[in-house]
Design a protein. Structure first.
Lengths: 187, 187
DNA sequence: TTTATTTATTGACATTTATCACTTAAATGA
DNA sequence: TCATTTAAGTGATAAATGTCAATAAATAAA
């Protein structure tokens, strides 16, 4: 929980009162590899924080699984469209390693937003932060060729390659495993 | 200005007091076709609302212009990464038609956030709304082939094709003009 | 209106990436 | 540990899309 509050306090001032209001609403869970925290077709009712471990969000395209995102230590995550629009999720979120998660329900989050100005500042910054990540991803996918995307990932997230089967990384980058493998072989 | 407040009031309650606080900070401008409202390399210091007209955000890739987004009546827009991260914009925003815009400065916006809980609710919803649009776009680009992307646009934004040179739409969809033209010819 | 410029279309060909088939390697579970 | 499953690598070929070049059409400017 310390890591969580450390992160939040970097986004804006956070009084002791707010801290305890948040803490009172947090829940904790340990999950095993391969367990899901959200299944396609369900509404994402929780905002999660990764204390430990690594998870993967994916959706179906034809018969294949396309990885939409990886979440790891100190990341917050939701299924964005499902959480904000309150509609069924197109994606499933599954643990790739044993994980420790902290989470808060949508309703509790809304309560905090409705009552605390401080919390709004923090929540807004967090939303902006992840919105920026989404835009960056959009830019990367559009701007770069397959080779450039692979290079970018290898330089910026070298750890990922050691923690995740490559086929998931390939689909995250929008290339087939074969192409990913061939591009890697160039180095 | 009516359209703007109508839109905002759909996102959350908005008192007369807040309304006048916002109104006091709004600025208005009419711009001609081809005028830019943001140039690559500058920091995006304003949040815009389109009362009338149509604009295009684009960036350079090698020697080409890639269209990142179109903005039209009732859209809010910023250059996301530049505005939130307070850094130089990689994109330029230019009017494709004569436009009427309403805008507010970054600093004024922050003032409102710092003082009004009501405004935070509205601002957060707005941010969430555009974050969702970004995610949708990401999904569309990744999930669909060129043909599917073109079909999707032709069905969902038929008006755009009549208002904008097709080459910009092609780059928005991430295909060359030639490919776009050939796909269109199938119908 | 006439000319100049920009935009769109089309064909031929090149390149990139995907698909399929197979082999090898690694991880997992009995 | 050994057998089974899953993942990764590689070659041959196919499909999708891009590139270049030429032309036609539309739009803007004189």
């Amino acid at each position: 929980m310390d890591a969580l509050f450390t992160l939040l306090s970097q986004l804006g001032p956070i009084s002791e009162d707010l801290k305890s209001q948040i803490a009172a609403r947090l829940q904790f869970v340990s999950i095993k590899r391969r367990q899901t925290v959200l299944t396609q077709g369900k509404i994402c009712d929780h905002l999660f924080f990764v204390s430990k471990g690594l998870l993967r969000a994916y959706y179906e395209k034809d018969t294949e699984e396309i990885t939409s995102w990886f979440m790891m230590e100190n990341d917050f995550f939701i299924s964005v469209l499902s959480f904000f629009r309150r509609m069924k999720s197109y994606e499933t979120i599954v643990a790739m390693e044993d994980c420790e998660l902290i989470y808060i329900s949508y309703d509790d989050l809304m309560d905090l937003y409705a009552t605390s100005l401080e919390f709004n500042i923090i929540g807004r910054k967090l939303t902006e932060y992840y919105y920026c990540k989404s835009e960056e991803r959009l830019l990367a996918i559009r701007k770069q060729t397959a080779v450039e995307r692979v290079e970018f990932l290898m330089q910026n997230s070298p750890g990922l390659i050691d923690r995740v089967p490559l086929k998931y990384i390939a689909s995250y980058l929008g290339v087939t495993r074969e192409t990913f493998s061939r591009i890697r072989a160039l180095y």
